[in-house]
Ligand binder design. Structure first.
Ligand code: HEM
Length: 139
């Protein structure tokens, strides 16, 4: 599969396939939330979450499985994600977006994802995280 990385952007292979399926997505989400739960750099967004991260871990796992091209676990269970709307109750600006990406990129490095997959996946996720911003800021 690794020789197909060049084709990540070509829609021939999904991130789900390139990452290696459900268990790899699970590892990514678990590591992502472990970083958020322990790294002071993510304390701002950690504080938005419940003390117990079990539900957040499960929901992000289900969502990302479908989002990467695997089974639509989140949609089957909860329906349309309305992701931006669901995040409106949290104040999200550039800092929060960057904290989220920091956790995700740290998790990718910890799991030693292939560099090219990591870069493409980070680019796509950045788009989603940036779309989640709901606070106007001076630039
Ligand atoms: C940009 C910064 C972001 C912040 C600060 C943030 C924060 C949060 C918080 C606090 C929750 C509630 C968790 C709970 O139930 O305790 C949540 C839920 C969720 N987030 Fe994010 N998030 C961000 C970006 C993203 C991105 C980029 C994705 C997807 C790629 C995502 C996917 C989800 C999903 C699927 C849920 C569960 C929604 C539900 O069914 O309630 N989030 N997020």
């Amino acid at each position: 599969m690794l020789d197909k990385i060049e084709e990540v952007g070509s829609n021939k292979f999904t991130f789900y396939q390139l990452l290696g399926g459900t268990e790899k997505i699970r590892d990514l989400v678990e590591t992502f939330y472990d970083v958020m739960d322990s790294d002071p750099k993510a304390a701002g967004i950690r504080a938005y979450h419940a003390k117990d991260l079990t539900e957040a871990r499960e929901k992000l796992f289900m969502f990302l499985t479908g989002w990467t091209g695997g089974p639509q676990l989140y949609i089957e269970r909860y329906g349309h994600p309305f992701l931006r709307k669901r995040h409106m109750r949290f104040s999200i600006g550039e800092s929060e977006r960057d904290q989220w990406m920091y956790c995700m990129i740290s998790a990718m490095h910890t799991l030693k994802l292939d560099e090219k997959i990591m870069q493409k996946l980070a680019e796509q996720l950045y788009g989603v995280a940036d779309f989640m911003r709901n606070k106007s800021e001076q630039s």
